[in-house]
Ligand binder design. Structure first.
Ligand code: CP
Length: 310
């Protein structure tokens, strides 16, 4: 039995296979429409979500399976003090696989260590968000045609942004990637990531101004300044509109540069660029469904059997 806690839990070769499966699902959805019949996915979300929870649920429904779960810790027995380890033992009696989001770093790992079904980390505090990373990688591969040989700018809250931490971790395994970290002083990439990049001789720069770097980027990964991670409202108010990607800045970007965002967006991307063909963040959401379908098939070990039946 296999869990997904971090993007590095899958080798580059395994990720390639997963993305190829996701691309086949996109092209031939009917081939997979009954692949998970009789299977149940539990979504245990202790933190708010729109995309991750609903795309997991859509993924399982698209595969012919069923879903159950909770979307708010207060409507679960966590509100009565039940531990994550007890909850997952109980969920293991109801479902075949579980996606869990929790505000505490490491909570999905605790769940996995007490589970008799595969557990997927659907985001833990400011730590990791591996299925967002799978979504990001599939989007880059599908639109740019490669995973490597590009300059990527990551902009916004790079300190607490778990999607950023997971994506950097995943990208260092590909060739010829240069990172540009664009953040205010208070929200820079954590030291452990900087050390990891230095140890692996991965080129990176840290800058403050987005407009200075726009012409160099092949990919711009925008992120939200996350109100829920701040202890102090005053700091949040000061930093929340630090970066706003607008038409003027897009005018300086390469014609084939793409803009990704894990969403939700607040003010950091002006709606005036939503129709720019380089703004691909809503297409990215759709890729999230395909890659989660591929992940469910892989962790449930259905993928091979499905191919045999075709
Ligand atoms: N990208 C992402 O994790 O979005 P949600 O918080 O809506 O799930």
């Amino acid at each position: 039995m296999r869990h997904l806690m971090r993007p590095l839990d899958f080798s580059v070769e395994e990720l390639d296979k997963l993305f190829t499966l996701a691309e086949d699902i996109e092209k031939n959805p009917e081939k997979y429409a009954h692949a998970c019949e009789g299977k149940k996915l539990a979504t245990c979300f202790y933190e708010p979500s729109t995309r991750t929870r609903l795309s997991f649920e859509a993924a399982m429904l698209n595969l012919g399976g069923n879903v159950l779960g909770f979307s708010d810790a207060n409507s679960s027995s966590a509100a009565k003090g039940e531990s994550v380890s007890d909850t997952i033992r109980v969920i293991s009696c109801f479902a075949d696989i579980c996606a869990i989001r929790h505000p505490k770093e490491g909570a999905p790992m605790v769940a996995a260590s007490h589970s008799s079904i595969p557990v997927i980390n659907a985001g833990d505090g400011g730590h990791q968000h591996p299925t967002q990373t799978l979504t990001d990688l599939l989007t880059i591969r599908a639109i740019k045609g490669r995973l490597g040989n590009f300059t990527i700018g990551l902009c916004g809250d790079l300190k607490f942004g778990r999607t950023v931490h997971s994506l950097i971790n995943a990208l260092v395994r590909y060739e010829q990637i240069q990172f540009v970290f664009i953040s205010p002083e208070e929200l820079t990439v954590p030291d452990y990531i900087i050390e990891m990049l230095r140890e692996n001789n991965i080129p990176f720069r840290e800058v403050r101004k987005l407009e200075d770097i726009m012409p160099e980027l092949d990919i711009l990964y925008m992120t939200r300044v996350q109100k829920e991670r701040f202890f102090n409202e005053e700091d949040y108010v000061r930093l929340k509109d630090y970066y706003i990607l607008d038409r003027e800045k897009m005018n300086d970007a390469k014609p084939d540069m793409i803009v990704l965002h894990p969403l939700p967006r607040v003010n950091e991307i002006s709606v005036e660029i939503d129709n720019d063909p380089r703004a691909v963040y809503f297409r990215q959401v759709q890729y999230g469904v395909y890659v989660r379908m591929a992940l469910l098939l892989t962790l449930l070990e259905i993928e091979g059997k499905e191919k045999e039946n075709v």
